[in-house]
Design a protein around this ligand. Sequence first.
Ligand code: ADP
Ligand code: MG
Length: 385
Amino acid sequence: YVSVAKYFTNTGQKHIIIVMNEQVFEDIFESLPLITLIVDNDMRVLKYNHFAREYFGPDKKNILKSKTGDILSCLNSKEKPSGCGAGEACKSCIVRNSAAKAVSGKKAYKELTDLEIVDQDNNIKHTKMVVTAVSVKTAGEPRIMLIIEDVTGIFQLRDSEMHKSKELSELGMASATIAHELRNPLSAIRMAAYNIKRKANNPLLENNLKNIETKIEESTKIINNLLLFVRHKEPDYEKVNICNILKECVELTKDRFWKKAVKTNLTFNDENIMIEADPFQLKEVFYNLINNAFDVVEDGKGEINICAESDNTSIEISITDNGQGISEENIDKLFRPFFTTKNKGTGLGLSVCKKIITGHKGNINVKSKPGKGASFAITIPIKKG
Ligand SMILES: Nc1ncnc2c1ncn2[C@@H]1O[C@H](COP(=O)(O)OP(=O)(O)O)[C@@H](O)[C@H]1O
Ligand SMILES: [Mg+2]
């Protein structure tokens, strides 16, 4: 008794079963983690395995001698008093056709099918099954072994994932359009505010105008971040002085947080570290990180250390604050787009940083102890790779 059968699981793995003798066959048959049935040419079940027993539940007493459509609770079988195989739809039934094809010479025949089944509460459920039919001989008689895998769950998961990513890309497109469209009106407002300030020269207006400026600044930031996030570009490499960029970002941030007393320290192992990088993208990164640090430190007690240290191959820049730190729960989510704990946050800053640094073939990491501040470290190669 030697028989060879092949079947494919939904993961695409190919399995080969070599049935050496009845006992080995029995053992494999019993232990297959798939609904496995031996049926005759009328599709009546002669034998079923442990998994089938579990799948159909303990109260499905009449598996033996029942037709496959009946035990699967196929809608087409249910509607016809004569059972499985009698209805119009049965002509195209894949369970039957696979079996027929297996009988007509193919060792194994596999198909994916949609079955409408009727559950215990008489509700119609749509299922997806992978059906493999294998022609076998048991006790000298030609039979069909049906291996059935319910893949409904896998399909549901895949569909929901696809739906999610489609939604995300639509969101991306929409964001990009809105962000782009908002740029022009914002520049116009900025110009108008600047002109009013210049012409009015009125100290009473000073505060309001400053406010308009900051808000425009913030909006521009959000838009730029969104645009950077949705249409990330490869870096435009130039020779840049990293220390100057860092100093510039610190000054810009201090300006933005002019109301907050924060101590900043810059330390470089070399004042003229030159690297090959995209200056605009790096400014984006440092500005984001320094802004985040300013956000979390306490007025009057805040201290932010910015360090740059280079060797022949790479540069490490760290931005360390003594703010509230990051909880263990949040630390893994930090670089995800749209993750924010701030009322007015976009949650895009760090994901943009990560994209830019990865684009420069570098790394960005964070270390933090809740209550003891946070430290972001960036390493990038000093030469374009
Ligand atoms: N220096 C920091 N200290 C503590 N938490 C931080 C720090 N930087 C970032 N975070 C946390 O990471 C989140 C995401 O930051 P980010 O991507 O820049 O978006 P946003 O600043 O808009 O919230 C912040 O909302 C904050 O919870
Ligand atoms: Mg931020």
